[in-house]
Design a protein around this ligand. Sequence first.
Ligand SMILES: [Zn+2]
Length: 202
Amino acid sequence: MRFLQVYAVVDKEFRLLWVGGEWDEFALQNAAQQAVANHVLSTSLMSHIAGEQTRAATARLIEAVLTTKRPLRMQYRCDSPSMARLFQLTIQPMKDDRALMVHDLKDAWHFSPPLNMWHYDPAAADCKCSFCGAVRLEGESDWTSCDDIGERHPTRVFYEVCPSCQRAVSEAVERVLQGDAFSPALDHDEIPEPGRAKDQSE
Ligand SMILES: [Zn+2]
C-alpha cells in the first residue's frame, strides 16, 4: 500500500490557506484536475464538497475544533471504482482561528470486480454517503456498503451522509466538546506557516 498523506489549513470561513502532502497526486489520481493545489488556494473548502449534508457535517467538525481548540479525529472512506480506501481525518487547532486537516490513508483494498464509475448528479435518485461510501438505491431504505454492492453500484449519485455516519460525526464532535485527548497527527513544528494564499491575494 502506498503511503498517502494529504493536509490542508483552513480559516474560520473555511477558506483554504494552504494544502500540502500528496494533495496534487491525490487530486490527479482521482481525476480532479481542477482540484490541484494552485487552483484551490484561497477558495472555500466548501466549494469543493458536493452535497449539503456533507458540507454541514464538515463544517460541524471544523467548528468543534475551532471553538474548543482541541483536536478531533474520525475515519472515513474515499474509494475509487477499483479501490476501497480508508482514511483517518484529524483536525487540529492552529493559532489565529485556523484548523489543520490531516488525511492519512490507513488501509486500502481492491474491489473485485471493480465498481461502476460514478459521478455526482444533484438530480440522481440513488444516494451515496460522502463519509463511508455506502449507497442507498432508489426505492430502498437500507444503505449498502460498497464492499457488498458489487455490480449494483449506481453511475449517478446524490451525496448525503448516511445515518451511521451522522452518528459518527456527532460522536466525534461530542468527544471534542468533552475534551477527550489524543496525540495529534503532526506536531505544529512540522507544518509550514500558511502563507501562499495570502501572497497570492496581495
Ligand atoms: Zn456513511
